[in-house]
Write a protein that binds this ligand. Structure first.
Ligand code: MEV
Length: 299
């Protein structure tokens, strides 16, 4: 059996702007997907798995000029909530590609898996920045900008709480498209937001390195306001975020967001994370305590 695992990710800041060449800060988290491949003459798979299989196999075949792939059984087990902005699809693609290349006895490195996973992201999301697949493969806390080498950031702040604002109705593809339309309609306003997110990402690196918790709270709050101005945060999520702010914390969407219903998992920070857990409990909101900066793709 060939087995690989990949982590989920959070966007500390810079989502959406990263699609337009701005930098973003992301982190691999301690929730993982494990993909196993077992050679088998009779491969049975569910419809959902068949779909993923079709997409990944066709990318691998096309890119590496392979005609046929021997039959195998595919197992996917995941700790990452699906469709909540935590990079579940990137993690599945990455672990699966690594397992499939190994099954085919093809030599690979992390860059190879990342570029194939990026092709899969295109199928799933239309116009991805490449930030998600890079983070789940290389791991750690990453400064990511399109067309440049990612940079690992060392941080003293690693503990975050995720509060579930509900699964978005919209796909990542739809949310990215929404921002594209907004940029077309209000170019100056949106460009200004992107510029401000870039400033905040740079300030965030310093705050994380220095362990400056007050500054971290301020930056997340400001970054979230910008995301709200971009129109990617639902009313429901904004209500929860205001509650977190009221108790002295900060919260933001992480990833594409959503407006019609939930906005996915909210990335929350408070000097005393117990205050966040108590707030969530009081409001009957599901939570996950996570560590940021975990390992990327692993065998
Ligand atoms: C999705 O996790 C993050 C977005 O910035 C899209 C992307 O970077 O591809 C919204």
């Amino acid at each position: 059996m060939i087995k690989f695992s990949a982590p989920g990710k959070i966007h500390l800041l810079g989502e959406h702007a990263v699609v337009y060449g701005k930098p973003a800060l992301l982190a691999a988290i301690d929730l993982r997907v494990t993909v196993s491949i077992t050679p088998s003459p009779q491969a049975l798979a569910s419809k959902q798995k068949e779909n993923i299989k079709k997409i990944i196999e066709s990318i691998v075949k096309k890119t590496l000029n392979i005609r046929t792939i021997p039959s195998y059984n595919l197992t996917i087990s995941s700790q990452i909530p699906i469709g909540s902005g935590l990079g579940s699809s990137s993690a599945v693609s990455s672990a699966y590609i690594a397992a499939l290349l190994s099954f085919l006895n093809i030599k690979w490195n992390l860059e190879d898996v990342s570029s194939l996973a990026y092709e899969a992201e295109k199928v799933f999301h239309g116009n991805p920045s490449g930030a998600d697949n890079t983070t789940v493969i290389f791991g750690g806390i990453l400064w990511y900008r399109k067309k440049t080498e990612p940079v690992q950031i060392l941080s003293q702040i690693k503990q975050f709480v995720l509060i579930d604002s509900g699964k978005p109705v919209e796909s990542t593809k739809e949310m990215v498209e929404k921002v594209r339309i907004k940029l077309q309609e209000s170019r100056i306003k949106v460009q200004k937001i992107f510029d401000d997110q870039e400033r905040l990402v740079k300030e965030l690196i310093v705050a994380l390195k220095e362990g400056d918790q007050n500054q971290l709270v301020n930056i997340i709050r400001e970054g979230e306001r910008n995301l709200e101005s971009l129109g990617v945060v639902s009313k429901r999520a904004q209500e929860i975020i205001r509650l977190v702010e009221k108790v002295g914390g900060a919260a933001k969407i992480s990833g594409a967001g959503g407006v019609k219903s939930g906005s996915g998992m909210l990335l929350c920070y408070h000097k005393n994370s117990k205050a966040l857990l108590a707030l969530a409990k009081k409001n009957h909101l599901p939570t996950l305590s996570i560590k940021a900066g975990e390992k990327g793709l692993l065998q």
